[in-house]
Ligand binder design. Structure first.
Ligand code: NAG
Ligand code: NAG
Length: 283
């Protein structure tokens, strides 16, 4: 009995260890100098925004399909005017992109999380939610589950948004261009906080966001050599991932009911006729 308990504890310990952390430098490169992209240790990085510079880093390679995300602890305290972006993007004029944008706020007021999707160069699909926790206190894992049928934006394991493949309705889908993974921290005072009314206040600088979780669980395309391979389920387990579970479906409904504060689909000023994907169910 005792032995069994010890063995179980040991197995649990080994299983936890099995998810070997991947170092920042294995998958990512700084885009800004060492004062603005601070590599604190192999698995912990800070982005630092000050009056000299914004801050950013990006992945070394590009990917097609995966469950791709990162652990982020946002700028604490006064973060008004700052935007912390975590996004995947391809290159070129008709690029594809999926965004998480965290819009800072004055001390004590909540962040807003904006998501957006660009397909073949066309964006304008903003949605905004409030979060059910303070994202500056701890690391939370922000990710996209991306395959040939569906894109699911997740906060930890909770789905907050779905963008389906609606090519049959004439809506371009993000399935032909490999994307790199990026994050940046910059001054978005023109629009970020209360529509631009509250600006960044440099007396609170430097503004610091912290990152962990540099594993990328996606199909690496490597200079377009493997685009065709990543596109098909026979050689990429991510190309056709399963749909949401019943539990996740309920979580998505909960988020949309309780936390959704803006949806381009219902913005009649911008879109008197809602885009075709808006007419379909959220799942
Ligand atoms: C970083 O900041 C220090 C102190 O201000 C400065 O001496 C150094 O040149 C900076 N390094 C870079 C790479 O800009
Ligand atoms: C900031 O806080 C105010 C007041 O609670 C809120 O109206 C606003 O939506 C928050 N977020 C942003 C990004 O302005």
């Amino acid at each position: 009995m005792m032995l069994a308990v010890v063995l179980l504890a040991l197995m649990a310990h080994l299983a936890a260890r099995a998810a070997v952390p991947v170092s920042f430098t294995q998958n990512y490169l700084s885009s800004t100098d060492a004062n603005h992209t601070r590599v604190l240790s192999a698995e912990l990085v800070e982005l630092v925004l000050d009056q000299d510079s914004a801050a950013a880093f990006g992945s070394k390679t590009t990917y097609l399909f995966g469950r791709i995300g990162m652990g982020i602890k946002l700028v604490p305290g006064y973060s008004a005017g700052t935007v912390t972006a975590y996004y995947l993007s391809s290159a070129g004029l008709t690029h594809d992109e999926m965004d998480f944008e965290f819009l800072g706020n004055v001390t004590g007021e909540p962040y807003t999380l904006q998501t957006n999707v660009y397909a073949k160069g066309v964006g304008g699909r903003e949605q905004r939610i409030n979060l059910w926790f303070d994202p500056s206190l701890d690391f939370h894992y922000y990710s996209v589950l991306w395959n040939s049928n569906i894109i699911v934006f997740l906060v930890d394991k909770v789905p907050i948004r779905v963008f389906k493949n609606n090519q049959n309705l004439g809506v371009p889908y993000l399935n032909s261009q490999a994307m790199a993974v990026y994050t940046s921290l910059w001054d978005g005072s023109q629009w970020a906080t209360e529509g631009g009314r509250v600006k960044i206040d440099w007396q609170y600088a430097p503004f610091i966001a912290t990152y962990e979780g540099f594993n990328v669980d996606g199909c690496a395309v490597q200079n377009n050599n493997n685009l065709a391979g990543c596109a098909v389920a026979s050689s990429n387990k991510w190309a056709q991932a399963p749909a949401l579970t019943w539990h996740q479906t309920n979580q998505l409904k909960w988020v949309r009911h309780r936390y959704l504060v803006y949806n381009y689909c219902t913005d009649k000023m911008r879109y008197p006729t809602p885009p075709p994907e808006c007419g379909t169910s959220i799942l």
